[in-house]
Design a protein around this ligand. Structure first.
Ligand code: SF4
Length: 352
């Protein structure tokens, strides 16, 4: 019987794991740093491109590791410059990744799961069946993919097109906690991609036990999908609220704030016509958020086929924002919808 030896996707390994590999084959650990540089600074797409390692050692590395690529199933380009890719994973499952260019920065919105278990009623991804968590290589792979597409390797930091990462694509990142955190440590490794921790934001729907872990484990930015100031409304919009209601969520965030005093929490609040956009909602929201070093990001709802909600009027959104700013003295911004003509905006991702 033939035994087929499968190679390992090299993006699944941390630098320490690569160092252990070299130690195990009686090589010096600086070899791991050489490989790391080729992968994450030069952005090679084939291990054969490595030219500062002996042929003998390179053969061993190529026998053990490979650089698989995410395949494009569909590509859409918004008139505002936003790009969205439907990417096929090794097992044929599909995810979406979005790139949003702005004046002084470029943000990649990454997915952390195929589908989502949480069924938030305003979110297109929530209508998809949850299939599985993404491996670290599939999370890192999305950023590598976008950098390849934009020819964004070997650039000075002020020339880079990908500067920010948000975990706001498909899935609840805290339900894929280990792979997401491991990916963040690769993204921020100074000898590789070297993203600043201030430029990475993880968004959660409110998985309380993981917020408590996260406060110890990571100091990238935290965003919380609050979306309602009253439990009965939030139960409908973000059903995980039935498990961890607003009071319990805010208690966990108080613990987070004590541990991460230098961090400002972003509260995301989707603006839905007649659902959560009254001044009574705004007043309650101020009461909830006031104890925090926080900002509120108001997100005009982005419709998708079959969605039951309508976006609040611009007048309502501006009144809501003004009330929070003036009565609450809390920073509130309105997110400009990006890529909504190609269903690439917040809450619109779906692999159909
Ligand atoms: S908003 Fe986030 S957590 Fe809720 S269904 Fe959509 S992807 Fe899942």
């Amino acid at each position: 019987m033939w035994l087929i030896k499968l190679k390992n996707n090299i993006y699944n390994f941390s630098i320490d794991e690569l160092k252990s590999y070299f130690l195990n084959i009686d090589e010096k650990t600086f070899r791991a740093e050489q490989i790391w540089n080729w992968l994450y600074v030069k952005g090679i797409s084939n291990l054969k491109e490595i030219n500062n390692i002996s042929n003998n050692l390179l053969r061993k590395i190529i026998c053990k590791y490979e650089i698989p690529k995410l395949k494009v199933k569909k590509y859409l380009h918004s008139k505002d410059g936003t790009k969205k890719w439907l990417l096929s994973l090794g097992d044929g499952k599909e995810i979406e990744t979005v790139y949003i260019p702005e004046k002084n920065r470029g943000t990649v919105c990454v997915s952390s799961q195929v589908g989502c278990t949480l069924s938030c009623s305003f979110c297109h991804t929530g209508t998809m069946k949850y299939l599985r968590n993404l491996a670290m290589s599939e999370i890192i792979g999305q950023i590598i993919f976008v950098k390849n597409e934009l020819d964004d390797w070997r650039k000075n930091s002020d020339e880079r097109k990908v500067t920010n990462i948000v975990f706001m694509g498909m899935g609840e990142p805290f339900y894929n906690y280990d792979n997401v955190l491991k990916s963040i440590s690769v993204l921020t490794n100074e000898k590789g991609l070297a993203f600043s921790k201030r430029k990475i934001t993880l968004s959660t729907s409110g998985v309380v036990p993981k917020i408590l872990n996260f406060k110890e484990d990571s100091d990238v930015n935290l965003a919380v999908s609050l979306h309602a100031a009253f439990d009965d409304v939030r139960n409908d919009l973000v059903p995980i609220n039935k498990k961890w209601p607003i009071k319990i969520l805010l208690n966990a965030l108080k613990d987070y704030s004590v541990r991460r005093r230098n961090k400002r929490i972003t509260f995301e609040y989707i603006m839905l016509d007649g659902v959560n956009d009254s001044l009574v909602d705004a007043k309650e929201l101020i009461k909830l958020i006031k104890p925090f070093r926080a900002k509120i990001n108001l997100i005009p709802f982005n419709p998708w086929p079959g969605s039951k909600y309508k976006v609040s009027s611009s007048k309502k959104i501006n009144e809501f924002k003004k009330y929070i700013l003036e009565k609450g003295q809390i920073v509130a911004t309105v997110r400009t919808p990006r890529g909504n003509d190609v269903l690439a905006a917040c809450g619109q991702l779906n692999s159909i």
